[in-house]
Design a protein around this ligand. Structure first.
Ligand code: GLC
Length: 547
């Protein structure tokens, strides 16, 4: 299935991320589920997105909200059943919406049968070779095999107890202790995941989002991390062979099946290696996500992104938020607008009105840039990070693992508001249990219902922008040319007379008089583009257009 212009869909799609726990609750237990998603598919159709990516919904003890998978081929009862998911895929397709599932290959849950067999088998059991079991250091083996620091901070090894009750070997987990890392040097691990890909492609999904895609391969000699040496578990060269074999599988299916990697990689050249023509189709652009709301920094990020992708002929992606990061309405309302896990804190002074204005401009920016754009659920409603979740209700392991320094990721995972004036805002049916995380009372103004038909709402801005993007052949995949612009302003043409201007300075600037206004992210001021505002322009039918 390619688009009307013959290019594969994933090169220019708008892809919406559904975080199933928090999207819509069909059965009234306060937790989102597949029935809820099916009942709200019309929202996605009205928004006009091309595809939906579903965060994990597999059987899981939920130590990391489902990113700890116990069975890659089934659905957790809290979310529903496999036949329901099959129906969802068909119903999405019937609305012209493609589907993407999340596969977590770096680690599984400690409840996965393979890990349970490895524990039960004791030292030397062949099942242990599927993971990283090692004796500890020191005479009693009571020191961790390495001092590696994990992706959530903290220790990466946990000591096991032998079947006879004595202290045993340690196993590696780059995330929580409930997420043991697979040993990707083992052919059974490779064969298993190739089969998991086929399982989902056989069910008609159009793409796979690959969790922690740069971490799978480890240096088996287990060296300590040294600045002058290749990192022992990040971006090891051997990872590329895995994705070459996955690409062959994806290419073996009819239609354009896409592999989309979660690759956190500051080095853009190394990032682009994942997108070589025989590897992944696309990867999330975290460079752009983390970038400050600053014209020079944004331009550098956009240029760096485009040139790195051009090296390998891959389309760029533009991401503002996801289920792991502070929502950008909040980020952009702070003095320091950048995102990094290392600096994530709560209680930082935030101007939500400013953040919202910038988020509106950022929506027009990201939807105008060449490539695919991602929308994280609730971003189209202008939701902000919920920072006052009571400690006792917090669920993200990052919170406790960081010694309650990092607030964790619950604040961007609060259930969506759909209708009505009070919680649960239509998230759950009447009479249901309270939502799994509390919703702020003032989200009554941000429900889908409250925003629908309000021309000034974030939701109508997203709907209009996605509609205009579909109608504008120059948008999506393609080229960008920068136009001359005052300091603090991003101005570019996408060809075909289409231009985007974003004012990141603090003073208004004139809007070129020769364009017809397609869309503005906020009120304009007598032909001027105010601060933190963006416009899309099209060549006026009879005017001269310099682009
Ligand atoms: C990815 C996911 C994140 C999860 C982690 C471990 O970064 O996006 O939510 O906690 O992998 O699976």
């Amino acid at each position: 299935m390619t688009t009307a212009d013959g290019r594969p869909w994933w090169r220019g799609a708008v892809i919406y991320q559904v975080y199933p726990r928090s999207f819509a609750d069909g059965d009234g237990d306060g937790i989102g589920d597949v029935a809820g998603i099916r009942s709200r598919l019309d929202h996605l159709a009205a928004l006009g997105v091309d595809a939906v990516w579903f965060s994990p919904w597999y059987p899981s003890p939920m130590a990391d909200a489902g990113y700890d998978v116990a069975d890659y081929r089934d659905i957790d009862p809290v979310f529903g059943t496999l036949p329901e998911v099959e129906a969802l895929i068909a119903e999405a397709h019937a609305r012209g919406i493609r589907t993407i599932v999340d596969v977590v290959p770096n680690h599984c849950s400690d409840a996965h049968p393979w890990f349970q067999a490895a524990l039960a088998g004791g030292p030397g059991a062949p099942e242990r070779d599927l993971f990283w079991f090692r004796p500890g250091r020191g005479p009693d083996g009571d020191q961790r095999p390495t001092d590696w620091v994990g992706e959530f901070g903290g220790e990466t090894w946990t000591r096991t107890t032998n079947p006879d009750g004595t202290p045993g070997d340690w196993y590696l987990h780059l995330f929580t202790a409930q997420q043991p890392d697979f040993n990707w040097d083992h052919p059974m691990v490779r064969a298993e995941f190739e089969d998991v890909l086929r399982f989902w492609f056989d069910r008609g999904v159009d793409g796979i989002r690959i969790d922690s895609a740069g971490l799978l391969v480890k240096d088996g000699t287990l060296p300590e991390t040294r600045p002058d040496q290749p990192h022992p578990f990040r971006d090891q060269d051997g990872v590329h062979e895995i994705y070459r074999s996955w690409r062959r599988i994806a290419d073996g299916y009819p239609g354009d099946r896409a592999l989309i990697g979660e690759v956190w990689m500051p080095d853009r050249q190394r990032f682009a290696n994942y997108l070589r023509p025989d590897e992944l189709h696309a990867a999330f652009n975290f460079d752009f996500l983390g970038c400050a709301w600053d014209a020079a920094a944004m331009r550098e990020s956009i240029d760096g992104t485009l040139s790195a992708h051009a090296l390998v002929g891959a389309p760029a992606t533009w991401v503002l938020s996801n289920h792991d990061v502070t929502r950008h309405v909040t980020r952009y309302g702070r003095a320091d607008t950048r995102f990094s896990f290392a600096t994530k804190r709560e209680g930082i002074p935030t101007d939500l009105e400013l953040g919202t204005r910038r988020a509106r401009a950022a929506a027009l920016l990201s939807l105008a840039l060449p490539g695919a754009a991602y929308v994280y659920q609730g971003e189209e409603l202008g939701l902000y990070e919920v920072e006052d979740i009571p400690y006792a209700l917090r669920q993200d392991p990052m919170w406790e693992r960081s010694g309650r320094v990092d607030p964790g990721r619950d604040g961007c995972r609060v259930p969506l508001p759909w209708t009505g004036d009070e919680p649960p805002f239509g998230f759950s049916p009447d009479g249901a249990a309270a939502p799994w995380l509390p919703q702020p009372a003032d989200w009554k103004d941000r429900t889908v219902q409250a925003q629908t038909g309000d021309p000034n709402s974030m939701l109508e801005l997203y709907r209009a922008a996605i509609r205009a993007r579909r109608a504008e052949p120059a948008l999506g995949d393609g080229e960008l040319s920068w136009l001359p612009a005052p300091d603090g302003v991003l101005a570019f043409s996408r060809g075909g007379g289409f231009r985007c201007l974003v004012n990141l300075s603090d003073a208004p600037i004139p809007i070129p008089a020769d364009g017809e206004l397609v869309l503005a992210s906020g009120p304009l001021d007598h032909g001027l583009l105010p601060a933190d505002t963006a416009v899309w322009l099209r060549a006026a039918p009879h005017g001269s257009d310099p682009s």
